[in-house]
Design a protein around this ligand. Sequence first.
Ligand SMILES: [Zn+2]
Length: 90
Amino acid sequence: VHPLRILILAGLFYLLYRLVRGKRRVRRAEGNGPGEAPPLADDVLVEDPVCHTYIPRRQALKVTDRGAEYYFCSEECRKHYLANKGEKTT
Ligand SMILES: [Zn+2]
C-alpha cells in the first residue's frame, strides 16, 4: 500500500470528523438558546384521561387544569372531563 493513500484517507476521515462535530455544535446551539423552551415533538403520543387512548399531541385537544396539561382525542372526551373534574375531590 502506498503511504500517501493512507495519509489521504486519514485526512478525509479527519475532515468528516470535523464536519460531524461542527454540525452537532450548531444543532445544540439552536436547541438550547437562553430563555428558550426545549423543542417539543408534536408527534409524541399523549394519553386521553377519559377514554385512555393515545393520540398524537398535535391532533389532541388540550386543557390546562391547575398547571397540569391534559390532552383529549375529541371534544366529547374533553367535555366529559370538564364535566366530571369538579365532582372529584382527590
Ligand atoms: Zn377520548
